[in-house]
Write a protein that binds this ligand. Structure first.
Ligand code: SF4
Ligand code: SF4
Length: 289
């Protein structure tokens, strides 16, 4: 955790709690049972108060930030007053917004300069709840998405690519197009091989090269349907060339690395590189020369 914000960093975030209402099988930061909200609150308020006024963006992460309940809204209001020009990127599992009153409190703060990143693991309840390791996660997340849409909130739908959901990626793309066309972005995200992914590797890890067909179908369908789709955390050398235009340099600077052979790769400047926190990467990494 940082003690101050760096205006040049792509990752200035407030870590609000390690607790979460999900237990996702590939969570990179396994949730804790301990209530740490009070302990982290003061530190986060100080970080906001000492941040440079020109800070372009600030993340709100966990764990699950909505577990702060009313303090979640207090935090947002404090950022709005202290850093009025800063974009706020909230990472949440979205479940708390299934209650209309909770979504309304965010709606009353207003959608300006707020983007919510919310994960959807599958087009069906069985798979989503299995991956989130939480009963009713699918239905609550979906209701949350609809309630947020009512308040015109900007939403980034995040799909973490695992062995458990890659086969139905094309179906998930169609599900998003039919049921969630209001989302602003769809981010298809490579796994960070750390945290619960290590423990559940047999269930969740698959080499990204092996999902190329389903990933291509889903990405190209979403793009052709007019949705703003991106691929995060996957290096260009493991993606078909047709997907390169969708790949983003997405990895936070403090945990981003490259292999020594990347130096001779002609597209290194366009490639997101690797998570330094991952203990395993694709077996198919190779320089493009
Ligand atoms: S919702 Fe996010 S923080 Fe919570 S368990 Fe899943 S990946 Fe981890
Ligand atoms: S060789 Fe390195 S820089 Fe080139 S595409 Fe692969 S990971 Fe990226």
């Amino acid at each position: 955790m940082r003690d101050s914000f760096d205006i040049h960093s792509n990752d200035n975030a407030l870590f609000t709690t390690a607790m979460c209402s999900n237990r996702c099988l590939m969570c990179c930061q396994p949730p804790s049972e301990r209530n740490d909200i009070d302990q982290l609150w003061e530190r986060n308020v100080k970080l906001i108060d000492s941040a440079p006024k020109e800070l372009p963006s600030i993340g709100i992460t966990g764990g699950e930030p909505t577990l702060l309940r009313n303090r979640f809204f207090e935090l947002l209001k404090h950022i709005r007053v202290t850093l009025p020009d800063t974009e706020i990127h909230i990472l949440s599992n979205g479940r708390a917004f299934y209650k209309k009153e909770f979504a309304a409190k965010l709606g009353e703060i207003g959608p300006e300069k707020i983007l919510l990143g919310i994960p959807l693991h599958s087009d069906n309840q069985l798979d989503h709840d299995l991956i989130a390791d939480a009963q009713d996660a699918f239905i609550e997340t979906l209701l949350g998405l609809y309630n947020l849409a009512r308040w015109s909130m900007d939403i980034e739908l995040r799909v973490v690519l695992t062995k458990l959901n890659y086969k139905r990626l094309p179906q998930l793309a169609h599900f998003i197009y039919r049921n969630l066309p209001f989302v602003k972005y769809v981010s298809l995200m490579g796994l960070e091989y750390t945290g619960y992914t290590i423990k559940n590797a047999d269930q969740v890890w698959i080499d990204p090269v092996e999902i190329a067909q389903q990933l291509s179908e889903a990405t190209l369908f979403l793009a052709s349907a007019g949705l703003n789709v991106s691929i995060f955390n996957l290096t260009l050398c493991v993606l078909p060339e047709s997907l390169w235009p969708f790949a983003r340099k997405s990895i936070s600077d403090w945990k981003n690395c490259y292999k020594s052979f990347c130096e001779k790769c002609r597209i290194k400047d366009k490639c997101c590189g690797l998570f330094s926190t991952s203990i395993k990467h694709s077996s198919y990494l190779h320089p493009i020369v």
